[in-house]
Write a protein that binds this ligand. Structure first.
Ligand SMILES: [Zn+2]
Length: 270
């Protein structure tokens, strides 16, 4: 091959580059050393997504808007048993923290979990509320879609959402093209798959991010290096450039520079 594929192992220590994890649940990582270690390793931007009341509060608490940024929302799993007053409480939480958070997420539809028409209706109802809240506040959304791509895509497009991130993208090539044509973003987990390779191949480089979904999928945000390696291979880039690209894309999608600056000097929450 003419293109030089620089592996991560081939990098000099001085070349170790910055990384960004576009989707995680680090509120579930009980050992704080794991997070500190990931940041020291180079994962300077970590998005932690809330899924319910408890995790939303926790993500807000641990985000410092320096390295850790919170997205809060109600995901399709936890929305199913949630009563109206708790949904309203979370909408208020998003509104009150709209300057601090970087997105409304994790939200979406999961038809593997919701198998009845009633359960799917409930997911759609909550997803609709979450999308309206994001629209009102001009915030990006991080969406979860499993066996529900057509409905998720239809809802975000019909509402005219501008900034949509399909996390853990598992769509096919045609779906990736629809995502790309709408100017939306995807992120890929630290695992390779043939289907995802085809989807990545048709996605413009400027719309791709890496993620870990840690600690559920990757054990730490550090595993985002494997997402970056995967992206590098498909896009025929070396590791350092792929890392740089995903960091730029993540910062652009979540308005990281603006969110970091906005709170500096105002006193960061610990
Ligand atoms: Zn997740």
């Amino acid at each position: 091959m003419a293109t030089k594929q620089l592996t991560k192992e081939g990098l000099e220590l001085k070349d170790i580059v910055e990384l960004a994890d576009a989707h995680s649940h680090i509120d579930l990582i009980t050992n704080p050393i794991v997070i500190k270690d990931a940041i020291e390793y180079g994962v300077k931007t970590i998005i932690t997504d809330g899924v319910d009341t408890r995790s939303n509060m926790e993500c807000l608490r641990i985000s410092d808007n320096v390295n850790i940024f919170a997205a809060i929302g109600i995901d399709p799993e936890h929305c199913m048993a949630m009563k109206d007053d708790e949904i309203e409480f979370n909408v208020s939480l998003i509104k009150e923290n709209s300057k601090k958070i970087v997105a409304v997420g994790e939200i979406g539809l999961d038809y593997k979990l919701a198998t009845t028409a009633e359960a799917r209706e409930k997911q759609k109802q909550v997803f609709d509320i979450m999308l309206d809240t994001a629209l009102d506040l001009d915030l990006p959304v991080s969406v979860h879609s499993r066996e529900s791509f057509a409905d998720v895509f239809g809802m975000v497009r019909d509402k005219g959402m501008k900034k949509v991130h399909f996390h853990f993208f598992d769509g096919d090539e045609a779906q990736a093209k629809e995502v790309a044509e709408s100017g939306y973003y995807i992120s890929v987990p630290p695992y390779k798959s043939q289907k995802r390779a085809k989807a990545l191949a048709v996605m413009p480089s400027g719309r791709i991010m890496g993620e870990t979904d840690s600690p559920i999928v990757g054990s730490s945000p550090k595993s985002v290096e494997n997402s970056v390696m995967f992206i590098a291979g498909i896009k025929k880039m070396d590791y350092a450039n792929a890392a740089r690209l995903t960091v730029e894309n993540t910062k652009a999608f979540f308005n990281i520079r603006y969110k970091s600056n906005q709170l500096s000097g105002l006193g960061r929450r610990q």
